[in-house]
Design a protein around this ligand. Structure first.
Ligand code: MG
Length: 391
């Protein structure tokens, strides 16, 4: 039976991910009647518990610092929005780009990168902790929703996109999904796109959040070429604009500038390379979804500026140092005595320890801690360490 999804596939470019060429799911399932495989993947991500938890996980600013800052869920939606615009313009598979974008941060710990670094440190003797790998673990193992398989049973293409980096040591243990890191092959164009959409989204929204938090001011930002060019154009056109609208308009134009550059440049690279299938994309010597060199340089300049002025601002460092301590102490207490875990996690830790020794127990504790939202981690830390706190 021909479905609406099949009809839509007619307009996909040959180098896009096509349902018919998918490397499939780990557990075989019947096709859906009205949705493509990648639409189903996207829908499963949206219905996942881990996705809802992203609403209470930090991007840069801790969840309770203010209601207007990005959280991981609003970040993921912005990534998906950018990825979808570019995918549509290049005739790539929009639902796949969206599925990868929405899933890319599912494995993130509470408290952003500070949390992930702390957990990686705690897990040093037990295989480490990488958030990309954890995102894959969430969709492959940790979500418990379906009667016939663990995880979300996503397609190979969604899983390939979620695992955007991985150490060679881990790649060797991942079977078909690790192959590309060992053989230096590329992922699908949709995966390459989601990866860049992530960078475009956070670079721009961190300017907005940084200004809102009072960590950045417009005068400083004007030293960044990407910002200054759009700033000058907006001020020339609207000399009386309030700062709030001015900043928003500049950011809107910066995103548009980068996205248009990305579409044009990628279009040229695809026209030159002429890949005839997703396999030819995978075999291509380098990525094909790229900004122009000039735009990329400016993008990196903004990233470096944000690192110095936002991510390394003392107020942010003060928060991240606290966050690292909370995660270290949580992990230490729970790993030291798994009877402190809620029963279902304690049972998982026992079973994992029986199978794989202390590394199994450590992984089960890391899964539990990584799944926490910012506020749950703070609450659990209080329950474990504050004598006056109700349990
Ligand atoms: Mg991200």
């Amino acid at each position: 039976m021909s479905t609406a999804a099949d009809a839509g596939a007619v307009s996909l470019a040959p180098y896009a991910a096509h349902d018919a060429a998918s490397r499939g799911r780990r557990y075989q399932e019947a096709h859906a009647e009205f949705r493509s495989e990648f639409q189903r993947d996207r829908d499963r991500v949206i219905h996942a518990n881990a996705f809802r938890r992203l609403a209470y996980k930090t991007q840069v600013f801790v969840n309770h610092e203010g209601d207007l800052y990005r959280t991981r869920v609003t970040h993921s939606i912005e990534v998906a929005q950018i990825a979808r615009s570019v995918a549509a313009a290049l005739r790539l598979n929009e639902p796949l780009a969206e599925a990868i974008s929405l899933a890319h941060d599912l494995g993130h710990t509470p408290f952003g990168h500070a949390g992930q670094d702390a957990l990686n440190e705690c897990m040093r003797d037990y295989g480490g902790f990488e958030h990309n790998l954890q995102s894959l673990r969430v969709v492959d193992e940790l979500e418990e929703r379906y009667p016939e398989f663990p995880g979300l049973n996503l397609t190979f293409e969604s899983r390939e996109g979620i695992l955007k980096h991985c150490s060679l040591r881990n790649a060797r243990e991942l079977g078909e999904l690790g192959e590309r890191f060992l053989q230096r092959r590329q992922p699908s164009l949709e995966a390459q796109l989601a990866n860049l959409a992530d960078e475009i989204a956070y670079n721009n929204h961190d300017v907005d959040d940084g200004v809102r938090a009072g960590l950045l001011d417009v005068a400083e930002l004007r030293r960044v070429r990407l910002f200054e060019r759009q700033y000058a154009a907006v001020v020339a056109q609207y000399p009386q604009l309030s700062e709030r609208r001015l900043v928003h308009e500049v950011i809107r134009r910066m995103i548009n500038h980068i996205v248009v550059d990305l579409i044009r440049n990628t279009g040229e690279l695809l026209a030159a390379a002429q890949p005839r299938s997703i396999e030819e994309v995978r075999a291509h010597p380098g990525p094909l979804v790229m900004m122009s060199a000039a735009c990329h340089a400016e993008h990196l300049e903004l990233k470096a500026f944000l690192r110095e002025h936002v991510y390394r601002h003392y107020k942010v460092l003060r928060m991240t140092s606290k966050a690292r301590r909370v995660l270290r102490e949580l992990f230490g207490a729970l790993f030291g005595d798994i009877d402190l875990l809620p029963p279902e996690h304690r049972d998982l830790a026992r079973r994992a320890e029986a199978g794989r020794g202390p590394a199994g127990r450590a992984r089960a504790v890391a899964d539990y801690v990584a799944g926490m939202t910012d506020r749950y981690a703070i609450l659990e830390h209080r329950r474990l360490f504050e004598p006056g706190e109700p349990t």
